[in-house]
Design a binder for this molecule. Structure first.
Ligand SMILES: [Zn+2]
Length: 128
């Protein structure tokens, strides 16, 4: 995949690419996408916090997790998933945040998202 070509794609195509990249399961609860568990585009940096609608800011999540997380921070929600006994795909989340940071550096914009991404990446690094 070419790095910069991902911006501006239609949302259905971004969802397909996110599933291709991260796997056909919810990054939070790990449930496989089947008939009843439908993939949605989960914005790691919520749009309300300035998160762009780019592939780099989107991971596949089931509708339940997407709705329930709301605007909770990435690491807060990851840890909530772990408390519930789920196995969130931490590696996929880390990869997405790293590629989002790179995409913002290359394309500019998303000013409000920058501090958010940096803070979440620091918290993930401290957990490792
Ligand atoms: Zn889920």
């Amino acid at each position: 995949m070419s790095g910069t070509g991902a911006a501006g794609r239609p949302r259905t195509e971004r969802l397909r690419l996110a599933v291709e990249r991260d796997g056909a399961r919810c990054v939070w609860c790990g449930r496989a996408f089947t008939g009843l568990v439908v993939p949605t585009r989960e914005h790691l940096v919520p749009r309300a916090k300035g998160g762009p609608s780019w592939l780099e800011n989107e991971v596949p999540a089931c509708g339940r997790c997407n709705g329930e997380r709301g605007h909770r921070g990435v690491v807060d929600w990851l840890e909530e998933c772990e408390r519930r006994g789920w196995s969130p795909d931490v590696a996929a989340v880390e990869r997405a945040l790293a590629s989002l940071e790179t995409a913002i550096a290359l394309r500019g914009g998303a000013r409000r998202a920058r501090g958010y991404v940096a803070a979440q990446r620091r918290r993930l690094a401290r957990r490792a």
